[in-house]
Write a protein that binds this ligand. Structure first.
Ligand code: AMP
Length: 393
């Protein structure tokens, strides 16, 4: 894991260890967890600490309770799920103050190998402002801090960054895995390295484009953001997503990158932003009154041929409006191509993860990032505060 200490680099036996997990799981209206992926992802670190005789104090945020107790965002259901998965009781320290009397008493009563889960850290308004008092309170519960929440690594909050001021901080297995896969894919890839970028806006991915252009052999651009590049090529784009302010920028990118940037050569266009709207495939100009909602079949073939040679692929953002079945084909075909490649395939968070899972191909990818925003900032080449604060090796 780069040059940062991990859970294996510190003494944990008999110690109280505070672990920041990402238990921000979706709940249905009855408070049942509908997707346990994040809980499963946290198990290796927790199990390691239990096996090595630590007193394991878990914390996480869930949703946005905005600094006050909101019962529907309590972590209680997570404690239940964790207990089942670990095969041992995880004590839930119900406490509106997160580190109030109940939590302190629960920690006080712990024996080696016990696990306690604190209440949603965002019940406290200090959490997202990284206020020292709350960081100190959290740190006072433990002797060692383990950060295993990659999904919040791009934010500096009390429970992932603030605590590291007061007790030694190291990375857990999940964070380690994320840094290894994302980091190696971008900074030490087996070449050729091909990046596939999609999604809605050029403006939100400019830093990603710039950082990746320095590193990749080819950069494939699809999704809604491709139409600003179409405009830069002098094509009409109808009512497609277009960021007029970025056309000059797209032109500059195309001039500088030469044949490194691969754009769609056709589009599936529709009369309306609706699954059942009349649609057709066009090459070249998109006529007035029509919008591009997916890459066309020739683009799919072009992108697949570029991907065929790849030894490493990083993918962020869908190729079209994949939420609508009639415009999901481009995204699904690219997912299927990645699944059959003999290459390292890294899916960089957010909608591309949803798309790969929707296509049932999640287990065919080398690594699926658990952090949407965090993986995007990683691809931008930014230092993530949640990783920077960990102790150096
Ligand atoms: P982002 O959050 O920027 O990665 O964008 C993801 C969203 O982009 C998804 O909800 C897609 O439906 C949307 N998207 C992809 N292609 C298009 C398109 N051609 N037109 C409109 N939205 C699109």
């Amino acid at each position: 894991m780069l040059n940062k200490k991990t859970v294996e680099d510190v003494e944990v036996a008999g110690k109280k260890v505070l672990v920041r997990c990402d238990f921000n799981v979706p709940l249905d209206e009855n408070g049942n967890i509908t997707d346990e992926t994040r809980i499963v992802g946290a198990l290796p670190t927790i199990q390691y600490l239990v096996n090595n005789g630590a007193k394991v104090i878990l914390c996480s945020h869930m949703g946005k309770p905005k600094g006050e107790p909101v019962p529907s965002m309590s972590l209680a259901p997570v404690a239940k799920s964790l207990s089942e998965k670990l095969g041992k009781e995880v004590v839930f320290a119900a406490d509106d103050n997160v580190v109030g009397e109940n939590a302190k008493a629960a920690v006080q009563a712990m024996k080696d190998g016990d696990v306690v889960l604190l209440e949603n850290t965002r019940y406290r308004k200090e959490e997202t402002k990284n206020v020292d008092e709350f960081s100190q309170e959290l740190a006072s519960l433990a002797e060692v801090f383990v950060d295993d929440a990659f999904g919040t690594a791009h934010r500096a909050h009390c429970s992932n960054v603030g605590v590291s001021k007061y007790i030694p901080a190291v990375g857990g297995y999940l964070i380690q895995k994320e840094i290894e896969f994302l980091g190696n894919a971008v900074n030490a890839p087996v070449r050729p390295l091909v990046a596939v970028l999609g999604g809605s806006k050029v403006s939100s991915k400019i830093s990603v484009i710039e950082n990746l252009l320095k590193k990749v052999d080819k950069l494939i651009i699809g999704g809604g953001m491709a139409y600003t590049f179409f405009a830069a090529q002098g094509k009409t784009t109808g009512t497609s997503l277009l960021e007029a302010d970025y056309i000059d920028y797209a032109k500059k990118m195309l001039d500088e990158a030469g044949d490194k940037i691969i754009l769609p050569v056709d589009a599936v266009i529709a009369e309306k932003f609706e699954n059942d709207a009349p649609s057709q495939v066009v090459e070249g100009n998109i006529p007035e009154g029509w919008m591009g909602l997916d890459i066309g079949p020739k683009s799919v073939e072009l992108f697949k041929s570029v991907l065929s040679d790849a030894k490493t692929v990083v993918w962020n953002g869908p190729m079209g409006v994949f939420e609508m079945p009639n415009f999901a084909k481009g995204t699904n075909e690219i997912a299927a191509k990645l699944a059959e490649l003999d290459a390292v395939t890294v899916i960089g968070g957010g909608d591309s993860v949803a798309a790969v899972n929707q296509a049932g191909l999640g287990d065919k990818m080398t690594h699926i990032s658990t952090g949407g925003g965090a993986s995007l900032e990683f691809l931008e080449g930014k230092e993530l505060p949640g990783i920077a604060c960990l102790e150096d090796k």
